[in-house]
Ligand binder design. Structure first.
Ligand SMILES: [Zn+2]
Length: 215
């Protein structure tokens, strides 16, 4: 499985594996944007139909959209596909301080998305995960995000976030995350899908928490 959070659609990766059912390609990218491919209707072809998942997002939507897309679409598709290995197209040009991308992710946001991928790799394929550096056009952003990812891969969840949350730019587009996720789950036949390998909730702990500290 290849997870691509670079701000551009990975048209080359998609092309290579478009008819190949052995590789699940998941890409979240800014749209409309270069290279102009990666519509959600592009789902693979022939034997590979269903093993390409594209999530084109309008500029500026930020982490509040990335998070539910990763948690409720990418993770479930990964669980269903059950990969032997996860590769990450680790481009950091969706960062708010990148001069090309306009997706308003912070270093901490990238850290959360990356942590979700690491957890999935541990759950699904014995931690087999390779992160490959892709785009990114601001060296300070690249340094912070790469250092953060290396920390995470070493088991330390400290984000190296020297750049902060960004100027909190006015959003040009407002997406309803629930509607978006439902539509993506419908397109990719994930409606009603539940994670096979999800860790069971700790019912006793939840009970204790609901009762409060005095119970
Ligand atoms: Zn890129």
């Amino acid at each position: 499985m290849i997870i691509d959070y670079d701000v551009h659609h990975g048209n080359g990766i998609q092309d290579i594996f478009y008819t190949d059912p052995r590789v699940l390609y998941f890409s979240v990218h800014q749209a409309p944007f270069y290279p102009g491919t990666g519509y959600s209707e592009e789902r693979g072809e022939g034997a590979g139909l269903g093993t390409t998942i594209n999530v084109p997002l309008p500029a500026t939507v930020g982490y509040e959209i990335y998070e539910p897309v990763f948690r409720q679409v990418m993770s479930h598709a990964a669980d269903r596909f059950n990969p032997q290995l996860i590769l990450v197209s680790a481009g950091f040009d969706a960062h708010w301080n990148d001069p090309l991308g306009q997706m308003n992710l912070s270093t901490a946001g990238f850290a959360q998305l990356t942590k979700m991928i690491i957890d999935l790799a541990q759950m699904l394929c014995n931690g087999r995960l390779v992160m490959v550096q892709e785009g990114g056009y601001n060296l300070d952003v690249m340094g912070a995000c790469v250092a953060t990812c290396i920390n995470l891969l070493l088991g330390d969840d400290a984000a190296v976030d020297s750049l902060g949350a960004g100027p909190n730019a006015e959003k040009e587009f407002h997406l309803n995350a629930e509607v978006l996720v439902a539509e993506l789950r419908r397109i990719h036949k994930l409606t009603g899908y539940r994670m096979r390998n999800a860790p069971k909730p700790d019912i006793e702990r939840l009970r204790r928490e609901m009762k409060g500290p005095d119970a």
